[in-house]
Design a protein. Sequence first.
Length: 150
Amino acid sequence: MAVRVQRENFDVGAELKALTAGNPKVGGLCAFTGLVRDLNEGQAVATLTLEHYPGMTEKMLQRIEAEANQRWELEASLIVHRYGTMHPEENIVLTAAASRHRRNAFEACQFMMDYLKTEAPFWKVEDTGEGERWVDSRDSDAAARARWKR
C-alpha cells in the first residue's frame, strides 16, 4: 500500500511497474490517471492549481486506500496525487490496484477514485484567461461515491 501527495509530475509507467515488481501473484492491474484538461464548462483552461491541507490530505488518502484493501483482495495499491500549478495534459492523480484477478483490481481502482473525488481535502482553481475560477464539486461525483455505500 502506498500514498503520495507531491508537487512534481510522475511517470505513470514507472509507477505501475514499481507497484507490481517482484510479485508474480499479480494477474490484473487496473489504473486510472486524471489529466488537466484545456477546457472546462466551455471555458479555456490555461492552468489548474490544486491546494490541499498537508497532513490531513495524506491521512484521508491512506484511509481510502486502506478501505479498498479491506473490501477487495489486493496484492498492491497506490494513490499519487499532485498539488500546485499544472498545465493541460499534465498528470493530476493516479489510482492503481493490483490483484490476482481483474475484477478486484477494476473495482478497487474505481472505488479509490470515487472516494478521492468527494473525500480528499483538495481545492481547485482554474486560470481561464478571463481570471481565476474555483471548481465546485459535482453531483455526479457524489452519485458515484454513493454506490459504494455498504
